[in-house]
Design a protein around this ligand. Structure first.
Ligand code: CU
Length: 190
């Protein structure tokens, strides 16, 4: 008799395990943490940043792998309180960032894409504000090409005083991408 009951018990146990996994997955749905190597893969499309929520720890060294899989150029910036310009209706201009740029005074190693104004990089794109933050611009694949769009690798150690919530955004086309929802959340939490 036990041999006929056991399969049922196994099925129930399996169902229970599946239910537990589903609950565990739902509780953190959309939130991604770096893997054991500190890596987080971001995918930029038209006009979405995925994943939508990333959680890192103060003092953690992370390596962001950012891929442009869209048909347009996209940028990867992190900051706080972007401001929509006063002449928004006619100019559709955003100012990232009204608050603070995450990369200000932060040493960042960038490979790939077009990095701009990062501290520690021998790069000045014509502005005099090279200590005020940074971003990377990624070109899309050429139309009709079988090659992928640009990939950028961005490595840095999360500052201890960066605790809190940040906005990851793309402000290409005078902020239209951001308007369209091309943004994600970076949570710095111990
Ligand atoms: Cu974009």
């Amino acid at each position: 008799m036990r041999s006929t009951k056991n399969p049922i018990r196994w099925k129930l146990a399996a169902l229970g395990a599946v239910a537990t996994l589903v609950v565990a997955a739902c509780s953190s749905i959309g939130t991604v943490e770096p893997n054991a190597s500190g890596e987080v893969v971001f995918t930029l499309t038209d006009n979405v940043i995925s994943p939508s929520v990333v959680r890192v720890k103060p003092g953690q060294t992370v390596r962001f792998i950012i891929k442009n899989e869209g048909a347009h150029a996209h940028e990867f910036m992190i900051g706080r309180d972007p401001i929509r310009g006063e002449n928004y209706l006619t100019e559709r201009v955003w100012t990232p960032w009204g608050g603070e740029d995450f990369f200000t005074d932060l040493e960042v190693t960038v490979e790939g894409g077009t990095p701009m104004n990062f501290v520690g990089m021998e790069m000045d794109m014509g502005g005099d504000d090279e200590d005020t933050g940074g971003m990377v611009l990624l070109q899309p694949a050429m139309p009709g090409s079988s090659e992928a769009g640009e990939v950028s690798f961005m490595e840095f150690t999360v500052p201890d005083d960066a605790t809190g919530t940040w906005v990851i955004g793309c402000f290409q086309e005078a902020g239209q991408h951001y308007e369209d929802g091309m943004r994600a959340t970076l949570i710095v939490e111990a």
